[in-house]
Ligand binder design. Structure first.
Ligand code: SF4
Length: 359
């Protein structure tokens, strides 16, 4: 499948309000596919296995100290993209350029093998949706934190208990909690432990993948406040992956909207939320007064990522679809102020839907 050209998402344009900030990570043309199980009959007939196009030519820029909100419906590729960035999954193609310290040349993380990745792992940490699945239920919290410190060689053995206590206090728990097992904590407290473990290695980038989704609504605000407080105090750069537009609006400096593995719109959060330009983003924002659920207001289902639509990936659901949309993938076009959208109806050579014969 052809992909939109590699236009940079994340407010990298010269007129973006964030353009002056130093770049931490630049993702270029990232692709990731997954092979589905190959049925015996297909194999015997020489048919190639089907592949899911999870991430399809994504480009984005993360700037130091900035929070980038990554939104899209379930299955749009946002979690796969996040996992590729932190090295949990190798991409098939593309670059993940990580800025060297003191302005040295960036390193392409996508080109590194496991051993070469090791020094970067501590700089890029991830917090997952389900904290329980990321904690060993048979390991005391203090041991889990100490293990991270020991594996990374981060402090002398005699200093580790004090460092564990400091980490627990940082996330709103107590030093005494080190002696307890994950099962003795509530969901919110377990997410605090997962955050403490991510912070133990002193990361520069914290990737939070739906960090609130598994929590009670009453706890979500507390964890969100904690994340924002830590971000500000520790000067973290954050990639916040979520389907919850209200939260993304609240936390993000810039927003990237994904659909079927591609970036369809990006820009400063205020611009994207106040004046969305892509029909998909518009549908998302219009779905609930003051921004709402991602699955509301859109006709039809997300098409299969195994056989993605030709041309514009959104054409099967778009109310403004034109014949051109079925044939030609729209590139991300710069709309000024750091905002871009991938739609034939926006940008300098845009055509009105009526002129082009809306279908
Ligand atoms: Fe895609 Fe065409 Fe709709 Fe724009 S108008 S979002 S290019 S289908």
């Amino acid at each position: 499948m052809d992909s939109a050209p590699d236009t940079d998402a994340g407010g990298a344009h010269a007129d973006s309000p964030h353009a002056g900030l130093e770049v931490l990570i630049q993702v270029r043309g990232l692709r990731k596919t997954f092979e589905l199980p190959h049925p015996v009959l297909d194999r015997l007939r020489g048919r190639p296995p089907h592949r899911i196009h999870a991430v399809d030519g994504v480009c984005l820029t993360l700037r130091r100290g900035q929070t980038l909100g990554l939104v899209g419906e379930s299955g749009c590729g946002k979690s796969t993209l996040a996992r590729c960035i932190v090295g949990l999954m190798p991409p098939d193609a593309g670059q993940i350029l990580y800025a060297g310290p003191g302005g040295t040349a960036p390193t392409d993380l996508a080109a590194l093998d496991d051993a070469a990745w090791r020094p970067y792992r501590r700089r890029l940490q991830m917090v997952f949706q389900d904290p329980f699945s990321s904690l060993n239920p048979r390991q005391r919290v203090g041991d889990a934190l100490t293990e991270v410190l020991a594996v990374r060689g981060l402090c002398a053995p005699e200093q580790r208990p004090a460092r564990c206590a400091e980490l627990l206090r940082q996330v709103g728990l107590t030093a005494a909690d080190a002696a307890r097992f994950p099962g003795e904590f509530s969901g919110g407290q377990r997410q605090r432990i997962a955050i403490a473990r991510a912070l133990a290695v002193g990361p520069e980038l914290l990737v939070a993948d739906e960090p609130l989704s598994a929590l009670d609504v009453s706890i979500q605000a507390q964890i969100l406040r904690l994340l924002l407080d830590l971000r500000d105090r520790l000067r973290l750069t954050m990639l916040f992956v979520s389907h919850d537009l209200r939260t993304v609006r609240y936390v993000s400096d810039t927003v990237v909207v994904m659909y079927l593995g591609r970036v369809v719109e990006h820009g400063p959060a205020a611009m994207v939320f106040e004046r969305p330009r892509h029909p998909y983003t518009q549908a998302l924002m219009a779905s609930v007064p003051g921004v709402g659920a991602l699955d509301a207001g859109l006709a039809g289902d997300v098409p299969s990522a195994i056989h993605p639509p030709s041309g514009c990936p959104f054409h099967t659901r778009c109310p403004y679809r034109m014949p051109r949309c079925v044939e030609e993938p729209p590139p991300l076009r710069d709309l000024g102020g750091g905002q871009s959208a991938a739609c034939h109806l926006v940008g300098p050579d845009a055509v009105a839907a009526g002129e082009a014969g809306a279908m």
